[in-house]
Design a protein around this ligand. Structure first.
Ligand SMILES: [Mg+2]
Length: 336
């Protein structure tokens, strides 16, 4: 098997060298791949934020549905999204790879090319990592570091009763693409792109943090219901959402005509990587102006209240019976 031989011949240090050659420098990165640690310059007025994620073959991705470049892109983008979700500027990314023998050197290079491209798109760099052989599946571990001026980071816990709930972009596209792939159907290019090449809303996150407009914020990775639930429990509040306000893409709406029950995916499907945030009611006009400035839809979907719980109202005033959990790795049967 050629692929097997390739990686074995190259060896761990050969592989690290290949990855180092693909990495791109940045002014703040004093020392990147090749020593025991990376060194980066950090401004005295900044705070450092760090987030880490595990991506497992068979749990988070299926190699039959994705190419390695897209997988690399997505691995970086979803971690950068966590930095965006707190209003940070992404800086250094660290990549851990446990690679089974079935993956070739060429496929790994494609993965790293996608990873580096996503990093560059958001002004971040691949600054280090680790590699080893995996006996079973491909395992990807990514750590992202970002910075924000002291006191600007937006947490999940700052929301207040009466605040308005906003979400960027559209919801459900990625989960719908996944559902179609799981059923052997071909999603449209628009839906597939949303699943394989998610965009991190870094500029929006920064603007919401530096202006102080967002009282609480999170990125939608586990689904609207679950992620709003995190804001509600961290802030000790409840919310009322309006079903008809949930922003849907044209591609999503088209599929809904034939399968209306998939509307659920916009509420409990995951991996949208849009930003869900709350603002004081008097700031609504500022959000409208920000949406125009960024040419990005920012949709008001509901209101927070002191009384705990989450209600989703239909247009007829009835309650939409959504599945409460959203995605939870330890209780969900949703796998790839
Ligand atoms: Mg997150």
């Amino acid at each position: 098997m050629v692929a097997k031989k390739g990686l074995a011949e190259l060896g761990e240090f050969g592989l690290i060298e290949r990855i180092r050659q693909q990495a791109v420098p940045a002014p703040y990165l004093r020392l990147g791949i090749g020593d025991d640690c990376s060194i980066q310059a950090v401004a005295a007025e900044d705070e450092l934020m760090t987030s880490t994620d595990l991506l497992l073959e068979g749990v988070h991705f299926n190699l039959e549905w994705t190419d390695f470049e897209s997988l690399g892109y997505k691995s970086a983008a979803v971690n950068i999204s966590d930095i965006a979700a707190m209003g940070g500027v992404p800086r250094c990314l660290y990549l851990g790879l446990a690679v089974p023998e079935t993956v070739s050197v060429e496929q790994l290079e494609q993965f790293v090319a996608g990873f580096v491209a996503a990093a560059q798109a958001y002004g971040a760099v691949l600054a280090g990592g680790d590699t080893c052989r995996s006996g079973v599946a491909l395992v990807i571990s990514v750590t992202a570091e970002g910075t924000a001026p002291q006191g600007q980071a937006v947490c999940r816990s700052g929301a207040r009763p009466g605040d308005l709930v906003f979400v960027s972009g559209t919801l459900g596209d990625s989960a719908l693409a996944l559902r179609m792939l799981q059923q052997g159907k071909q999603p449209s290019a628009q839906l597939a792109f949303r699943h394989h090449r998610p965009q991190a809303r870094v500029t929006l996150g920064r603007r919401l943090a530096e202006t102080g407009l967002a009282t609480a914020m999170i990125d939608v990775s586990d689904g609207l219901v679950a992620d709003l639930g995190h804001i509600l429990s961290a802030s000790g509040l409840g919310a009322v959402l309006h079903l008809e306000e949930i922003p849907l893409s044209s591609g999503f709406s088209e599929v809904l005509i034939r399968q209306p029950e998939w509307l659920e995916l916009a509420l409990t499907g995951g991996e949208d990587y849009e930003l869900l945030f709350t603002v004081a009611s008097e700031s609504a006009g500022d959000i409208v102006r920000l949406a125009a400035e960024l040419a990005l839809p920012l949709t008001r979907i509901g209101t927070l209240q002191a009384e705990p719980g989450l209600l989703i109202l239909q247009q007829d005033g009835g309650h939409y019976p959504f599945q409460r959990s959203g995605f939870d790795h330890f209780s969900s049967d949703k796998i790839y």
